[in-house]
Design a protein around this ligand. Sequence first.
Ligand code: PSU
Ligand code: MN
Length: 306
Amino acid sequence: MSSLTLRDEVAEALRRGRPVVALESTIISHGLPRPRNLEAARELEALLRDAGVTPATIAVLDGEPRVGLDDEALRRIAEEDLAKASVRDLPILAARRGSAATTVAATAYLAARAGIRVFATGGLGGVHRGASESFDESADLDVLADTPIAVVSAGVKSVLDIGATLERLESLSVPVVGYRTDEFPAFWLRSSGHRLDWRIEEAAEAAEILRASTSLGLRAGLLVANPVPEGEQWDAEEHDRVLSEAFAAAAASGVRGKAVTPFLLAHIVDASGGVSLEVNLALARNNVRLAAGIARALAGTPPVSR
Ligand code: PSU
Ligand code: MN
């Protein structure tokens, strides 16, 4: 009932030691508007295939945690009104044969169980602003502390408290490296003003860190912070204006708990006239390309030139 179901091509690639990259489904079901979400889901998979990497989009369908989705399943994620599942929801969904899109936390957990070492997403969840009152901190952070997988992310969304998120990652002993940057990126923007201790220049270095982590007997993952490409980032003033609007709308609507992130994202897409969406897609593609390079390096196949 609740065992992992690997798509054939994913199982085959893992058996042969070929590169595989996991992709999350919450970004499809709750993070991007229809119909661009289905297009994006297909496009990100195609990018991986072009790089010689097997994609494994992850979700729970009819109680089954699925690692690698066929087009019919991708369509369900994009078109049905699915729940958003973190790790704690997995046993309940399995027992009740429910369906849900998986967050970074649940995706990383299932991917690692399947033997996948690299995962590309848009932005990691983190500590929400006002968390000292609300205690709202994404389980993404906690799961990364105990899940040996590299997560490639454009930092965390600037709707979060970025400084507090970095502090929590430190407390949880999750290593963070900037890819060709000294600064932690702020999702739609390249810069957050928060410096990082470590920087890498090549995908292969992330693969080396993962190997070293295993040799050291560490259980934590690795956060690879990959800024949105120059020229594709959002205008900083517009970004600040739209975000304060989104916060006001969230406060007025009284939205709470796991509905907060999807609410803010949807509001921001609307209020930006779709500009934030294009930036979101650009950074997701960029993360997928880097993840492909890391997975190839881990598998001993040379990274594709970027
Ligand atoms: N990044 C995006 N879009 C998203 C998310 C992240 O660009 O939709 C999702 C991820 O699935 C992440 C989740 O795991 O938001 C975090 O939600 P919460 O804050 O409720 O843990
Ligand atoms: Mn939360």
